[in-house]
Design a protein around this ligand. Structure first.
Ligand SMILES: O=CC(=O)O
Length: 332
């Protein structure tokens, strides 16, 4: 059903959603699909909304190309490193995102990658189809999560959800972030150990899971120097952003056997170009940024992204906005 007052609001999307989700956008707004958010020619009225479905960059120039008509940029996702928040705030443009609703799905993906790598699920699948396998292979060994230490980089919502799941698998939890978590949070994670330095976390973990967002401080967090601190055979899992790691360094460490494995849902760029070093590296599992891609979660994300738009257009409090407080104090 069309929401009164918003059904004619022009929304520019960088990509279409699957039909059942797109129908929810169509029911409430007038969406126009434009990769790269280029202003489509001949719009019947000014566009007020950018709906970021596919991580195309939203810069000051992109906003300016609409001639100052954009009121809100709504991101279909929690991480918004592809959107220039400062440029939005400078121009009085509200920014929305979708935290919380995707925490469980993303944590599940981290566990799926971690377990798949530890238990060699992808290799095992190929081995099972190999006609030369005529008897059970007693030499086939893998890593066990129970009894290991899982180091979490960034104990935010997703990091915490990954930690609780790893705890249930019998792992001990270590974590690294700038500030130590409150004692009750550490206690709830089996007395999780805070590592004040990244080096200490890397040196004491069998699995390291990157759960932090990509900012100026965390871009390139894991390079050859950090990889060389990791335990022999340790596995790196990434559900944050591809740019958190130096992917060439990771590929080289995998080639040389200096890194036990890399399992990632995110790359930089996405997808990786044909022939990229990571695509050729051994013991590397890559999924195509599908951490939040469950039917239930994607629906909840879209509901939140649309609620953010509706609230912004109605000048009411957005359910999730990184910059609405900054904008409110600017205009107060
Ligand atoms: O990567 C996914 C997200 O940031 O929501």
């Amino acid at each position: 059903m069309a929401a009164s007052g918003t059904s004619r609001v022009l929304v520019v999307q960088d990509a279409a959603f699957p039909a059942e989700l797109q129908a929810a956008v169509d029911a409430r707004f007038r969406p126009v699909i434009s990769p790269g958010f280029a202003p489509p020619p001949g719009l019947p009225e000014p566009a007020q909304v950018l709906l970021s479905a596919s991580h195309d960059a939203v810069t000051g120039d992109v906003l300016d190309a609409f001639g100052g008509t954009i009121k809100v940029v709504s991101n279909f996702g929690v991480g918004y490193d592809h959107i220039d928040e400062a440029a939005c705030t400078e121009r009085g443009v509200l920014l929305g995102n979708t935290p919380n609703v995707l925490t469980a799905a993303t944590a599940e993906m981290a566990l799926a990658l971690l377990l798949a790598h530890a238990r060699r699920v992808v290799e095992g699948d190929a081995r099972s189809r190999d006609p030369s396998l005529t008897r059970i292979d007693t030499s086939w060994m893998s890593k066990q999560v129970a009894g290991s230490t899982v180091g979490i980089v960034g104990l935010g919502r997703i990091g915490h959800a990954v930690a609780t799941r790893c705890l249930a698998f019998g792992a001990s939890i270590a974590y690294h972030q700038r500030h130590r978590a409150p004692p009750d949070q550490e206690a709830s994670l089996g007395d999780a150990a805070w590592c004040e330095t990244l080096h200490a976390l890397l040196a004491s973990s069998d699995f390291v899971v990157l759960c932090c967002s990509c900012t100026a401080e965390t871009r390139g967090l894991i390079s050859s120097a950090q990889l060389s601190c990791m335990r022999p055979g340790a596995v790196l899992v990434n559900v944050g952003r591809g740019a958190l790691v130096d992917q060439e360094a990771v590929a080289l460490a995998l080639e040389r056997g200096a890194l036990g494995g890399y399992a990632t849902d995110v790359t930089d760029p996405e997808p990786l170009p044909e022939g990229h070093a990571l695509l050729r590296a051994p013991r590397c599992i890559i999924t195509p940024h599908t951490g939040s891609a469950t039917v239930r979660t994607r629906k909840a994300m879209l509901d939140l992204a649309l609620a953010n738009i509706a609230a912004a257009l109605a000048s009411s409090t957005m359910p999730a906005s990184p910059n609405q407080d900054a904008l409110a104090s600017k205009t107060a």
